[in-house]
Write a protein that binds this ligand. Structure first.
Ligand code: C2E
Ligand code: MG
Ligand code: MG
Ligand code: MG
Length: 286
């Protein structure tokens, strides 16, 4: 009997694994179609300077408008994109679409080149492909967008994979005016030594620190340390995931003035983001 139940458990395990694998394959082929069917969208989440209350930028965030299952967030599919390699093509689309959006905001007179930048998330696989720099430059050229208007978000993990190649690519892009942000800062393994060598312009304090900062003294201390470090390295710093007024006040107290989060706005469809810019008090004239 024990033998039987052992065999049953093995069979159950096998069929569960097979089922998981086939669900995954199914998702992969759906994602492939999603790209050709134009089901991906970019939402924009404003980034605010709390001193002036002005929108100083936005982060482009991928959404999948599934014909039956509605709007899906990256948590549901980004891993499959990354592991299947589909992220290369989807990432190309993201870069192109983000540049078109920024160019269109600029043409509408809703933003100014020196006062607004659009942050684009770049996945490790995308960044490490050999033609990455050329792809970015091509998107800028096709849209006529000034390079200063985009900021590429990279993560600590991707940097460690191949430090010299990463730094070389970053320098090439920077010579054209593209800038860089270190996303989810504080959650990875990168040391101060890395940070000193990396040509980044902006640190994004990970939302996990912001979430608990009011109740957890350690998180508040980490924020303070990141802000101090950014300042001494001459970098800008922005906090992610700010949901409450109290969190914003604490951040300001720690010297962090830029923020992004539900407190100000959720990520918005492009048109709604444009409306928000239009309503800004002293919208720059063309
Ligand atoms: P991320 O780059 O760290 O983006 C910030 C995430 O925090 C976004 O989740 C955003 O919607 C969410 N968020 C913003 N404000 C708040 C807040 O106040 N509270 C909370 N709880 N969350 C907030 P989202 O859009 O689901 O994206 C998740 C992750 O997926 C991103 O994390 C990024 O790593 C990845 N991702 C998103 N779009 C792209 C893309 O176009 N390409 C690549 N490669 N990755 C992407
Ligand atoms: Mg990001
Ligand atoms: Mg982040
Ligand atoms: Mg992230």
């Amino acid at each position: 009997r024990a033998k039987d139940s052992g065999r049953n458990a093995t069979q159950l395990f096998r069929s569960t694994m097979q089922e998981a694998a086939s669900i995954r394959l199914q998702l992969e082929s759906e994602l492939r179609l999603a790209l050709t069917h134009g089901e991906f969208e970019l939402f924009l989440q404003p980034q605010i300077d709390s001193a002036s209350g002005m929108i100083i930028g936005a982060e482009a965030l991928l959404r999948w408008r599934h014909p039956e299952r509605g709007l899906r967030s990256p948590a549901d599919f980004i891993e499959v994109l990354e592991e299947s390699g589909l992220i290369i093509d989807v990432g190309d689309w993201v870069i192109g679409q983000a540049c078109r959006m920024a160019a269109s905001l600029l043409a509408a007179g809703l933003v100014r080149t020196d006062r607004f930048s659009l942050c684009i998330n770049i996945s490790p696989r995308q960044f490490h492909q050999s033609e990455f720099v050329e792809r970015i430059l091509a998107a800028l050229e096709q849209t006529g967008l000034p390079a200063q208007m985009i900021k590429l978000e990279i993560t600590e993990g991707m940097v460690i994979q191949n430090l010299d190649d990463t730094i070389a690519k970053m320098h090439r892009l920077r010579r054209h005016g593209v800038s860089f942000a270190m996303d989810d800062f504080g959650t990875g393994y990168s040391s101060l030594t890395y940070l000193k060598r990396l040509p980044v312009d902006l640190l994004k304090i990970d939302q996990s620190f912001v979430r608990d900062a009011l109740d957890n003294g350690n998180d508040a201390e980490i924020i303070r340390a990141i802000v101090a470090m950014a300042r001494s390295l001459g970098l800008q710093v922005i906090a992610e995931g700010v949901e409450q007024q109290g969190q914003l006040e604490l951040l300001q107290l720690q010297g962090c003035q830029l923020y992004q989060g539900y407190l100000f706005s959720h990520p918005l469809p492009f048109t709604e983001f444009g409306e928000l810019l239009r309503k800004q008090p002293d919208r720059p004239r063309k």
